[in-house]
Structure formats: structure tokens, C-alpha cells
Design a protein around this ligand. Structure first.
Ligand code: ZN
Length: 254
């Protein structure tokens, strides 16, 4: 029998247990700083060195939180490593925590890019974000590209920028082909996450929604789970890898 293809569609809710603030909650970034949106809008970013300086400082603050993957990220990586299922992650998050948990980078599609890498707006050169922070510490609050002198930015998809069509196409292919999709910590209210959940359900996948709040797709989901994500995901994914459960419990393999 072919291995099941398990798609994980993850949003901000999977990372709040790792201490990453959300955007619109009581302690959300946008709630604390109404100007935040400008720091992540390409038009303002390219036009204003002061916005860039503040944007780097904000990213530095997030980086220094040094978030660690939580039990949900780890359970997903463990299922992948167990070989019991083919696992692909499609994430709205830019925090790199799925990879930090052990998911191979090639199996993680980052719809909104990554905050761990910096890209040049001129020549496209990509460098680790730690290099940019080191230059900021050394006295360059808005460090230009060392190759061509153009403006550097985080390799995230800012407001006003298009999503990567190749990443989107790969995500759609996975949604169409998967056996089961877990939509985890995402409100499923915005494109493209909403469309991917609809595509999976419409293509015959079992859609499992794990989210604290109701979503527009609860009605088409096979299962809706409201318990905390870092508790729910290990339980739900263990059920997909029975061999491994036996092994961990000291049981015999068949
Ligand atoms: Zn450059």
C-alpha cells in the first residue's frame, strides 16, 4: 500500500506556543505598534531609510526572542522521519520553526518566505540574516548589499509583493494529491490558505482543522479540533504512525 501523503497547512497559531507574538491579538505586533504595517510594506520600505532602520530593529527583536520549536512542530518532523507517511508542510509562517524541528527544508513550502534569510532587492543575492544583524551591530543600521550596493530586505513576502508562483503551484499540487490535510493554527480566512484547504477537501482529502477559533471550512472538515495545538498535534499524528507508537511503548514490530 502506498504511504499516505500528509499535508500540514500551518499558520501563526502553531508558533504562539513557541513564544512568537501574533499580529492582531492583545499583545500582537500590530496592536502594540500601529505603524507596524509600514515596516512590512514594500513601498514604504524601499522609499524610506528610517522605515528600514525600524524594520531591521523589529526583526532583530523577534530574532533575539530565539523561539524554539514546540511539541507540534516536533511531532510533524517525527512523523516525517518515521517513514510512516510522506509529509509535506505548507506554512504561512516565516519563523523557520518547522525546519528547526527537523523537517527537511525541501519538504517545507514557505508561502510568505522566511525571516532567516536576507535578499538583495537589486541583484537577488541571498545571505543569512545573522550576517545583516552583525553589520547592524557594527554600525550600519540599514546595511546595503555587499555585492551591488542595493537595498537589502528580509526574504519574506511583504505587503505589496507577490507570492512566489512556483511555491504556490507546488502547494496546490500537494493540496490536490494529499490523503489528509491538517490545517493548523490558521483562520483559513485569507488567500491562499483558504483556497488550499478547499482544494484538498474538494479533491477527496480528509481535512482536519486544528484551530482555537471557528473557520469558514469547519463545515467541510472531517474533524475539527479546538484543544491547544501543541497538545493536539502529537496525539493526532501518533495515530498515523502505529508502528512507531508500538516501538516507543516497547512493543513488538509485526
Ligand atoms: Zn545586490
Amino acid at each position: 500500500m502506498a504511504k499516505p501523503l500528509v499535508a500540514i497547512l500551518s499558520g501563526a497559531g502553531i508558533s504562539t506556543d513557541s513564544g512568537i507574538p501574533d499580529y492582531r491579538g492583545p499583545n500582537g505586533l500590530w496592536t502594540r505598534d500601529p505603524d507596524y504595517e509600514k515596516l512590512v510594506t514594500i513601498e514604504y520600505y524601499l522609499a524610506d531609510p528610517e522605515i528600514r532602520r525600524r524594520s531591521w530593529a523589529m526583526r532583530r527583536e523577534m530574532f533575539d526572542l530565539n523561539p524554539r520549536p514546540n511539541a507540534a512542530h516536533l511531532a510533524i518532523a517525527e512523523l516525517s522521519a518515521s517513514g510512516a507517511a510522506a509529509v509535506r508542510v505548507i506554512t504561512q509562517n516565516i519563523d523557520g520553526l518547522h525546519q528547526a524541528a527537523g523537517m527537511p527544508a525541501r519538504k517545507v513550502l514557505e508561502l510568505h518566505g522566511t525571516s532567516r534569510t536576507v535578499v538583495c532587492t537589486g541583484c537577488g543575492a541571498r545571505t543569512p540574516v545573522a550576517d545583516a544583524f552583525a553589520r547592524i551591530d557594527a554600525g550600519e543600521p540599514d546595511p546595503p548589499c555587499l555585492e551591488c550596493g542595493a537595498i537589502l530586505k528580509a526574504a519574506t513576502v511583504m505587503f505589496g509583493e507577490a507570492l512566489d508562483p512556483d511555491v504556490l503551484a507546488s502547494a496546490a499540487a500537494i493540496a490536490k494529491a494529499c490523503t489528509v490535510m491538517f490545517a493548523v493554527g490558521t483562520s483559513l480566512q485569507v488567500y491562499p490558505a483558504a483556497g488550499l484547504a478547499a482544494l484538498a477537501a474538494g479533491s477527496g482529502a480528509r481535512l482536519v482543522i486544528v484551530n482555537a477559533e471557528p473557520t469558514p471550512y469547519d463545515d467541510v472538515a472531517a474533524e475539527v479540533v479546538r484543544e491547544p495545538i501543541s497538545e493536539a498535534m502529537p496525539r493526532l499524528l501518533r495515530a498515523l504512525a502505529p508502528d512507531r507508537t508500538n516501538e516507543n511503548a516497547g512493543g513488538r514490530r509485526p
